[in-house]
Design a protein around this ligand. Structure first.
Ligand SMILES: *Cc1c(COP(=O)(O)O)cnc(C)c1O
Length: 349
């Protein structure tokens, strides 16, 4: 087979990933710090994220689905993996075969696991107020989990990225369940929850977004390093004259004679149309190239008038610091990562 290089790449900084995990682990106090690697490690590549974090000492990983778990086999030595979405009837073959724990989310799932789980340990999610996944608190306190071999009892915070009364309410509800339901470990905090303080850490924390360069709350500002650097190649440089329009709908018109760099990336790669007109763009050798016109499916255009000797085939670095790109575009930091498509080569450094 011939090697075909991709004109798009994600440069991925493993040292920044590990530094972010270490900071989150330190903020977690005495609790172990795990990692959410669902959605293919927020698009970075779950297998690579697991390998880097496992080498740094991370032991507890979480994916959403059994297909995601199966894709990570075989697991490195000593690694624990849990499937957040639990076990439906069609998941039982995978759940009995893979060395992975389900996170049981309902009394129906608990019954299924009691019947067919062969006494193996499981994790359990308690819903302390989000009303998404998990057993209700009254179900957990009412004996629904009696006799089950629970490795980790979890709950998930709905508003940890805000200063909301819901955080204290969920903490109190989780503490009440912890008093009543035995488990080897208890786990409540995601990235934002870690920033709420040690009370939220319990035995195990489960950060996702902050590992990958997201700033979940102000407490983490200046502490979290950028991990993902999307880059795209210049396909063509063209001259435009004052008054000429660029792209679909002719939404941008050249204010003076200049140069335009057309690059290999578009909304099919997760670089959505809402990036247009927000003041962001890319850079080349330290020079800013503002994004101009509409984002096409596979192409984007930048004003390269100030970028001197730039040429066809040069790599442009996108402005993709997550907090500022989110503020500009209106996308969440999560969407900015998980949308990044399969045409990017993923290069770890
Ligand atoms: C995704 C997820 C996490 C990680 O959340 P972040 O906000 O990315 O830190 C933790 N726990 C559960 C249950 C999740 O679904």
């Amino acid at each position: 087979m011939i090697e075909v290089p991709s004109p798009l790449r994600l440069r991925l900084d493993s040292r920044a990933l590990i530094a972010n995990w270490r900071w989150l682990a330190a903020q977690s106090g005495g609790a172990a710090c795990g990692a959410a690697i669902k959605a293919d490690g927020y698009s970075l590549g779950a297998r690579s994220v697991m390998r880097h974090l496992a080498a740094a000492g991370c032991r507890d990983f979480f994916v959403a689905t059994w297909a995601e778990a199966a894709a990570l086999m075989p697991l490195p030595e000593g690694i624990s993996l849990s499937v957040l979405h639990g076990v439906g009837a069609s998941d039982m073959v995978a759940a009995r075969t893979l060395p992975v724990r389900p996170v049981l989310n309902s009394v129906e799932q608990v019954a299924r696991w009691r019947e067919a789980g062969e006494g193996r340990p499981c994790d359990v999610m308690i819903d302390t107020g989000m009303n998404r996944l998990g057993l209700r608190v009254d179900e957990a306190l009412g004996g629904a989990l009696d006799g089950l071999c629970i490795e980790t009892l979890l709950s998930h915070l709905a508003s940890a990225d805000e200063d909301s009364d819901q955080n204290a309410a969920q903490l109190a509800a989780f503490r009440a369940v912890r008093e009543a339901v035995p488990a080897r470990r208890y786990s409540l905090a995601n990235s934002a929850g870690i920033c709420l303080g040690r009370d939220f850490a319990f035995d195990l924390t489960r950060p996702g977004i902050a590992l990958y360069g997201g700033t979940p709350r102000d407490e983490a500002a200046g502490q979290i390093r950028q991990v993902v650097y999307p880059e795209t190649r210049v396909l063509q440089l063209r001259t435009v004259h004052k008054g000429e329009a660029v792209g679909y709908g002719a939404t941008w018109t050249a204010p003076r004679d200049g140069r335009v760099a057309v690059a290999n990336m578009g909304y099919a790669d997760g670089y959505l149309r809402c990036h247009a007109g927000t003041g962001g763009g890319a850079s080349w050798q330290g020079k800013a190239l503002p994004l101009i016109g509409r984002v096409s499916m596979d192409l984007i255009a930048f004003d390269a008038s100030a970028a001197g000797a730039i040429g066809e085939g040069d790599w442009l670095a996108l402005d993709y610091d997550l907090p500022s790109a989110a503020a500009r575009s209106g996308l969440s930091q999560y969407e900015l990562l998980t949308g990044l498509g399969t045409r990017f080569a993923r290069l770890w450094g």
